[in-house]
Ligand binder design. Sequence first.
Ligand SMILES: NC(=O)c1ccc[n+]([C@@H]2O[C@H](COP(=O)([O-])OP(=O)(O)OC[C@H]3O[C@@H](n4cnc5c(N)ncnc54)[C@H](OP(=O)(O)O)[C@@H]3O)[C@@H](O)[C@H]2O)c1
Length: 287
Amino acid sequence: MTYLILGGNGQLGSEWNVALSGKEKNVYSFNSAELDITNYDAVKAVIAKIHPDIIINCAAYTKVDEAEEDRKKSEMINHLAVEILSKVCADEGIKLVHYSTDYVFSGEVQDQREFPDGYPENAVKNPVNHYGKTKLNGELAIQQSGASHLILRVSWLCGAYGNNFVKTMLRLVQERDTVSVVNDQFGAPTYCSEVVEQTMKLLENEQEGVFHLGSEGIVSWYDFACRIFELSGVDVKVKEVSSSEFKTKAKRPHFSKLNTTKVEQALNAKSLHWETGLDQLLKTINL
Ligand SMILES: NC(=O)c1ccc[n+]([C@@H]2O[C@H](COP(=O)([O-])OP(=O)(O)OC[C@H]3O[C@@H](n4cnc5c(N)ncnc54)[C@H](OP(=O)(O)O)[C@@H]3O)[C@@H](O)[C@H]2O)c1
């Protein structure tokens, strides 16, 4: 099996590289400097040269606030490049693994009432920020391309590599006595190691289509932060703030929990609880 990893330097791309190294021989991984996915000719040339069986697309424009202003670039990376990539995959018979986001959903309070265990894969999509819109457009392009694919939506992604909320919290406490965290946005972290593991199993089982990957349980960012500090033995004051007090350029969904029943049934295995995953992750993090 020949793998091509795009965005190989991000948090998920790095996790894929580590997971496949030593296990698979034919793994080609490119970071953004080596292969810009918006350079369609370059992407096509690499595919023509290495003939991958599977493309793992971890490349994305992930700066949610900047995307509000950098609209063209986020659309290019998250939608148009994905459209071209999926068409090449369809033409060449390559399986495309693509990651998407909880932000394709609106996250309104009434959705939390309707889906207390999280959004199912087929719930109505209605992103509240530009990043979410570009990611949804990317998903739709893949589905229309005819390529064999897995679209895996993840939320609050955290891993040992790159940047994420867990690392930010641990860094902030080194600089401050008090950390303010929003208490009115609810969801669940998705851990990169579990994402890679579940994706590999879905590939082995020749699964297709859209799946939600994420931890069991629902938590607010505030409670998540408190647990990070508790498990790390850090003594810091955590101040609860509302989203209206913590202004950001991009609107964030109030409710972001993804229902993971479909993947659990496909793999016949429960997802980790968010606290168990956090405990495991903290043991691997070096700041
Ligand atoms: N992080 C989250 O909380 C979160 C939540 C939900 C969904 N997701 C989704 O999960 C996936 C993985 O996210 P992540 O956290 O691993 O993201 P990340 O750490 O930001 O990594 C994204 C990678 O894509 C690369 N990239 C950006 N533009 C590119 C281009 N034009 N060509 C090639 N590579 C490019 C970036 O390189 P540079 O750094 O050099 O630009 C970076 O290495 C993404 O699809 C994201 O939308 C993430």
